[in-house]
Write a protein that binds this ligand. Structure first.
Ligand code: ADP
Ligand code: MG
Length: 345
């Protein structure tokens, strides 16, 4: 019987996992571990531990008090996670997917949908313009990335980065799947995502050919299986012309899945918990007439003070910095432009 769930990471994803857990079974107690005492999940969990993620002893003691452990972000040491015998997601997905070089090598080796042509930046390195460089680890929301249009941008290129072809005309999709501890796999239909300044801006249900949906699902399922992964897994794809590429994968709930809080019979957060608890998945149904819009620090005041027709999920962050995700709005697809405008005035 699972009575105490421990979450490593207390950001908005951790917070929404807590809320899903409370809704599903109010007898489950939730403990959250985060390096910041201001973590937003703190307000909804039953107990909170503030500690560094590299304080192995502290993480272990935290985990020993829990029946199962999950993590909601990727920058934790896979060795620490491996040393916990109740971390159901396992550590292999974390080890591979938190490092762009390992991630791309692994995904290309599956020989299904491959990554955008890429190289490691090393001595004698060259690439056709335009290309994009990304740090190997710790990147998120476009941090540590630079588009290199020509010679004048080359000062951003540093050894150890990954360089990849910059796709000037492409669309972005994500496939969110879940695999439970019994090996059952399910998935949402793919989402279409629009990024602004490399940060996710809007999510809608994708209208694309079934053959791409099938390719996305098969690739995502294989990633989960090969990495012995249990839980929700999100895989980001680019479609350039008729060529589908994998961008990256995340062994956790994902920003593009926030739409499922309203547009699906089961949210990605509940689905993640079902996976860890070994519950059978219901068959997933969705209402495609929803959209989801991110709210960043610079949008916060406007959204708070305008009458919006959608549902505003306020993460309750203590500070609302520019370009930091502070909430999202789920609303009717037909209202999408109005909802976007509400953010800026
Ligand atoms: P992060 O870990 O920051 O999410 P991503 O690799 O997903 O890093 O890049 C963030 C965004 O930058 C992508 O969603 C996309 O909009 C843009 N981007 C990344 N790589 C490319 C590329 N090769 N070509 C065009 N746009 C890209
Ligand atoms: Mg990304």
């Amino acid at each position: 019987m699972i009575r105490r769930l421990g979450i490593l990471g207390g950001g908005q994803l951790g917070k929404m996992l807590c809320e899903a857990s409370k809704k599903m079974d109010s007898d489950i107690t939730i403990s959250v571990y985060d390096a910041s005492d201001q973590a937003c999940a703190r307000s909804v969990c039953d107990s909170f531990t503030c500690g560094a993620f590299d304080d192995v002893e502290k993480v272990r003691r935290f985990a020993q008090d829990c029946d199962i452990i999950t993590y909601e972000f990727e920058n934790i040491s896979p060795m620490v996670v491996r040393s916990l015998d109740n971390a159901v997601q396992g550590s292999e997905a974390l080890r591979i997917l938190q490092n762009r070089s390992f991630e791309k090598e692994f995904i290309d080796s599956l020989k299904l949908v491959t990554c955008v042509p890429h190289k490691n930046v090393s001595a004698g390195f060259s690439f056709d313009y335009p290309f994009i460089v990304k740090t190997d680890t710790l990147g998120y929301d476009g941090k540590g990335q630079y588009v290199i249009q020509g010679k004048e941008d080359l000062h951003h290129v540093k050894r150890g980065m990954i360089a990849e072809q910059y796709l000037t005309d492409m669309k972005e999709y994500s496939m969110i799947i879940a695999r439970n501890v019994n090996g059952q796999i399910t998935h949402y239909p793919p989402f279409e995502n629009v990024h602004v300044n490399q940060i996710l801006d809007t999510t809608t249900f994708a209208r694309i050919d079934r053959q791409y949906e099938r390719q996305m699902f098969e690739t995502s399922a294989l990633i989960a299986e090969k990495l012995d992964y249990y839980g929700v897994l999100a895989v980001e794809f680019f479609l350039s012309g008729e060529t589908l590429y994998v961008n990256e994968a995340a062994p956790r709930v994902h920003n593009s899945g926030h739409i499922t809080l309203d547009a699906a019979n089961i949210s990605q957060f509940t689905l993640h918990l079902y996976s860890l608890l070994g519950k059978d998945f219901p068959s997933i149904t969705v209402d495609r007439e929803w959209c989801s819009i991110n709210v960043l620090g610079q949008h916060y005041e406007n959204v708070l003070h305008s009458k919006i027709s959608g549902k505003f999920y306020d993460y309750g962050k203590k500070s609302t910095k520019k370009d930091r995700k502070v909430g999202h709005i789920n609303g009717a697809l037909s209202d999408m432009n109005r909802l976007k405008e509400a953010r800026i005035r």
